[in-house]
Design a protein around this ligand. Structure first.
Ligand SMILES: [Zn+2]
Length: 91
């Protein structure tokens, strides 16, 4: 979700690690097993940090509510203010 968000902002990102996440699940967080988002251009690292911080803050402050349906037909959880599929803003 974070990598997709960064790419939507024009920053190339990749998810690395987490290969054992499906085995380990959420029961145990072993150092090095959690997925990490890598920004591919070092020059974009600081902007990416700021965007991710704002993104996480927006998720934490999002009001609870009902899922909403985008004009494209995608159903989205209430914390999302735009559609991941077509990037349309929440009505
Ligand atoms: Zn949409």
């Amino acid at each position: 979700m974070v990598a997709t968000y960064l790419e939507d902002q024009g920053i190339l990102a990749d998810v690395r690690g987490g290969a054992y996440q499906s085995v380990v699940g959420e029961l145990i967080n072993i150092r090095g097993t959690l997925p990490r988002v890598w920004v591919l251009d070092d020059g974009e690292a600081e902007r990416a940090k700021q965007l991710v911080a704002a993104f996480v803050a927006s998720l934490r402050s999002a009001p609870a509510g009902e899922p909403w349906v985008c004009a494209c037909g995608e159903t989205l959880e209430p914390q999302f203010q735009s559609c991941w599929k077509c990037q349309a803003a929440r009505p």
